[in-house]
Design a protein around this ligand. Structure first.
Ligand code: SF4
Length: 67
């Protein structure tokens, strides 16, 4: 799946980092994250999405057909 964080609404408090520290990171340059995540990591990504207070995390599931 693909991960996208809407930088216009992300407040960079880092709740997603606590939920999925291998996918999201908050450093001097602000929030960084893995854009492409294996489907096996879906529980962590969903936990991060749920933890985000402003719903800034968007997910796109890439189907087996490529679309
Ligand atoms: S939890 Fe949401 S608002 Fe906070 S840093 Fe993560 S994406 Fe941004």
């Amino acid at each position: 799946m693909r991960v996208h964080v809407d930088a216009d609404i992300c407040e960079e408090h880092g709740q997603c980092v606590f939920a999925a520290p291998d996918i999201f990171d908050l450093g001097d340059d602000g929030l960084t994250y893995a854009i492409q995540v294996d489907d096996t990591r879906e529980p962590e990504v969903l936990a991060a999405q749920s933890a985000c207070p402003v719903q800034a995390i968007k997910l796109t599931r890439v189907g087996a057909s490529g679309m």
